[in-house]
Structure formats: C-alpha cells, structure tokens
Design a protein around this ligand. Structure first.
Ligand SMILES: [Zn+2]
Ligand SMILES: [Zn+2]
Length: 253
C-alpha cells in the first residue's frame, strides 16, 4: 500500500525500489546513498518519517527469497535508517520491533569471528539513538509488567474468571464483569461471561446472599489508580425467571 502510493510519483507503480528512491529524496538526499550527507534541507518531521519508511523498506529486503536467510547488510541499512529517525525524535512501533529483532539475532545467532556477519559489530552498536529508544521502551515495558503483577497479586480474582476450569484472564479489570449481587466489594468474583457466572453460582451463592461468615478483605486494598470501568452483571439480571433461587433450581450449575 505504502509502496504503491509513493512509487506512483516515480512512475514505477508498486515497486519497492521506486518507493525507496522517493523516500530517500524526501529525506533530503538525492544521491541514492543513505550514508551520504543530506543534500537538501527538508522539514524535520518529513525527514524523520522518510527515514522510518526507508528503515521498513530495508528490513523488508533483508529476508531472502527462501524466507529464512537474513541479509545482515540490509538489516544494517534498516537499523541505520531507524537510527536517523530516532535521532530526529521519531520512534515508531516498527522501529522498536526492529530493535528487538536485532537484539534477538544478537543473542540467538551463533557468532562468527568475521565482524561483517555479527549483529554485535561496532556498526550496529554505534547506532546510539536506536538503542537508546530500544532500551527506554524495554524499561517502560518491564515497569508496566511489574505494575500489573503488583495489581494482580493484590486482587487476583479481579483479573481472572472465577468459574472453575475457565482460566480466562484479563489484562485489565474492565475485561471481566463483576458479580452484580449483594456480595461485599472485596469478595466480588469476576466472570468472562454469563455462562461462567452461572457455572460458579453454586460456589458463590453463600457469599452473594450473605450466608457466608468468612471475613471480608479490607476495602482499602481496593483503591487502585487506574480508572475502573468494570461492568457488573447481576445474578438476577435476566428477568424474573432468573434470580439466584430459581437459577439454583434450574439444574444448570
Ligand atoms: Zn470464564
Ligand atoms: Zn455476588
């Protein structure tokens, strides 16, 4: 799609090569060599986007026709263009994915002595803008995971369907529905579906109807920073023929 849009300008419709020539010009470089100094001054935002597109184009060319062999020089060009985009302040998801890919290659591909075939060769490691963006994203990602794990550890039942054997988990509390019955907030089970709520009713019923004397967790532990737009679903929400008592008799539990 991108290729056909831009390549029309060059008169080479649908050609990746044509698109890449055009992107390089958009980056202010008419030499055809990505490592040449900038030829004409272009707005920073356009230049950054052009490098990002070129990075994607080179990454595309890096996998040989067999779909397995990776051309390390094409990967390097992709990384060098990504580095230029990052240096201009543009960090895109595909640039971050490229950084992860190179890091993975560095760890997984057996190293050879020849620096031309090494992903940890200086030509890769010196792309400081790319690695700075990559490491910053890694840190953010780990912090997100840690934050989520802390929240889940505090209230695992808010992130996991309570029905036995279901096993569905949500990344956000809003991904599940909580019981809309009279059960105390600290002991409200969450469900992925009405079916799971029905399945779990026999177990949950004593709590929901206030028959269980088990202690209720401290409500302070409920306070969370994220907006909780969790929907609730009532055990008796399906009309007069579906209240906890009737449901219990229906034999569906
Ligand atoms: Zn479920
Ligand atoms: Zn309940």
């Amino acid at each position: 799609m991108l290729y056909s849009t831009y390549a029309k300008v060059e008169g080479t419709v649908g050609s990746r090569e044509g698109a890449m020539v055009w992107w390089l010009k958009a980056a202010g470089n008419s030499t055809g060599n990505i490592f040449s100094p900038q030829h004409t001054q272009v707005p920073r935002g356009i230049e950054a986007r052009a490098w990002s597109c070129l990075s994607h184009g080179y990454e595309d060319t890096s996998i040989d026709d067999d779909g397995i062999t990776c051309n390390i020089d094409a990967m390097y060009r992709a990384a060098a263009c990504a580095d230029k985009a990052c240096g201009l302040g543009l960090v895109t998801p595909s640039i971050l994915m490229l950084g992860r890919k190179i890091e993975r290659y560095r760890e997984e591909i057996p190293t050879s002595g020849d620096p031309r075939f090494r992903f940890d060769a200086p030509r890769f490691t010196e792309l400081t803008y790319l690695w700075e963006a990559h490491h910053q994203r890694q840190e953010e990602y780990l912090a997100e995971i840690e934050k989520r794990e802390t929240k889940v550890a505090r209230r695992p039942d808010a992130y996991r369907c309570a029905a036995p054997g279901c096993g569905i988990e949500a990344t956000r509390k809003s991904g599940l529905k909580v019981c809309g019955g009279k059960c105390p907030v600290g002991r409200k089970p969450s469900y992925c579906s009405k079916e799971c709520q029905k399945k779990d009713w026999k177990r949950h019923k004593p709590v929901c109807l206030g028959l269980s004397k088990a202690p209720v967790p401290d409500e302070d532990s409920e306070v969370e920073s994220d907006v909780d737009n969790t929907q609730s679903t009532r055990p008796d929400a399906e009309g007069s023929d579906f209240n906890p008592e009737d449901f219990n008799k229906s034999g569906n539990e």
